[in-house]
Design a protein around this ligand. Structure first.
Ligand SMILES: Cc1ncc(COP(=O)(O)O)c(C=O)c1O
Length: 389
């Protein structure tokens, strides 16, 4: 049995437990499509959750202790002064996208999204009779956030900008300058801002994460920021999200808008929040990030050796978004990968039109599983080459 917990997952061990990622497709497919890690749970976190059941804490609970702990964490880690009364625990993170639109927009108004961007941002716009205006990232050797291109997106109907930092699927963590630039554009044009910082803990080479709302007071007054415990701690099945604003009026309005649909949390989330927010188990994430950086390097090295890919270095998140340079659509590539290689990745256009030709690869698995997936991808490279002629 390997010593390192991150090395532990095998195809067999993952197939033997429940979960969408490993069971959506046939068992001979290696699933690297969903942003759901394969690693064991942090033992202290597991004890905390076990206690919920032992104690039979299954009655209606209160969010208060969790909100107090989150407020402390926001001060300590994000440099944000947000009282517990301006924190809302949400079931998942994505409900915040809908809330932000309901608050900022009327039908026909425009929401600025990066292209590409995590799919549910796009779905939230589609579902609300608003219009997506896409701030195209430069998907070259490095995904760049070009502020001049952002300014070109502004029209009299612009009301809201969605910011995802660290960025899914670009794998970038935004610099202070980029964030300040976005803040300035928002303030100048009176745009509301929604920042999704769900991937804030997953970073490599000591890269720093800054919360936009902590960098500019005027922009903070227009900003709703959301976070969650799902990606860092491998607990998306509990849907542990939370949201906060420094501006009480904005927070109160969002609370009112969501009154009928945002229901607060569950007792497992309530139980783990104080422990996670205390920073006492950060060692687990530090170790995971070291391992994830090794998997990232393994994937980049092997793909570059076996074929023609453009692979910007992943700065944050466990999601790579390489371009397959075979002149094929992502759907064509996806078909070959699932049918012939038996590896399921996410086609790039799920994240916006600029994702065409890209595939998103989850890296949060063991090197054993990843090597097997890469062996299988290597075998279909000649087929991709043939199709590109
Ligand atoms: C950027 C981003 N936001 C939100 C979500 C949704 O998270 P949750 O399932 O915890 O609501 C994800 C999931 O992958 C994500 O990557």
């Amino acid at each position: 049995m390997p010593e390192n917990p991150y090395d532990k997952p095998t195809i067999q061990s993952r197939l033997s437990v429940r979960g969408s990622k490993w069971h959506r497709d046939a068992p001979d497919i290696i699933p690297l499509w969903l942003a759901d890690q394969d690693y064991p749970l942090c033992p202290e976190l597991k004890d905390e959750m076990r206690q919920v059941i032992e104690e039979e804490y299954t009655v209606y609970g209160s969010d208060n202790d969790a909100k107090a702990a989150i407020s402390e964490k926001l001060k300590r880690v994000n440099k944000l002064d947000i009282s517990p009364g301006q924190v809302k625990i949400t079931t998942g993170v994505t409900i915040n996208f809908w809330l932000a639109i309901q608050n900022a927009c009327r039908p026909g108004d425009e929401v600025i999204l990066t292209d590409p961007m995590y799919g549910p941002f796009n779905s939230a716009v589609e579902a609300t009779s608003t219009r997506a205006v896409r701030w195209k990232l430069d998907l070259g050797e490095r995904y760049e956030f070009d502020l001049e291109k952002l300014k070109e997106c502004i029209t009299p109907r612009s009301k809201l900008i969605f910011v995802c930092n660290p960025h899914n699927p670009g794998g970038r963590v935004m610099s202070k300058e980029t964030l300040k630039g976005i803040a300035e554009v928002a303030v100048d044009n009176k745009l509301y801002i929604l920042v999704d910082e769900l991937h804030e803990d997953i970073r490599y080479e000591g890269r720093k994460h800054y919360s936009l709302a902590a960098l500019d007071e005027e922009a903070a007054a227009l900003t709703q920021t959301c976070w969650g415990f799902s990606k860092t701690w491998g607990i998306p099945g509990f849907q542990p999200g939370y949201m906060g604003c420094t501006n009480k009026m904005l927070f109160d309005r969002l609370t009112k808008v969501g009154a009928a649909v945002v229901k607060g949390s569950n007792n497992l989330t309530r139980a783990v929040a104080p422990l996670i927010c205390s920073g006492k188990i950060d060692y687990w994430v530090e170790d995971m990030n070291k391992y994830l950086a090794e998997v990232r390097d393994l994937v980049a090295k092997r793909l570059n050796e076996m074929g023609d890919f453009t692979i910007p270095k992943l700065e944050a998140t466990y999601l790579m978004f390489p371009r397959f340079n075979y002149g094929l659509t992502s759907d064509e590539i996806h078909k070959v990968l699932t049918k012939d290689a038996k590896v399921a990745l996410n086609p790039g256009p799920r994240f916006g039109p600029a994702g065409e030709g890209h595939m998103r690869i989850l890296t949060a698995t063991s090197k054993g599983i990843m090597n097997e997936a890469l062996d299988r991808i290597e075998k279909v490279i000649p087929k991709l080459e043939k199709m590109s002629n």
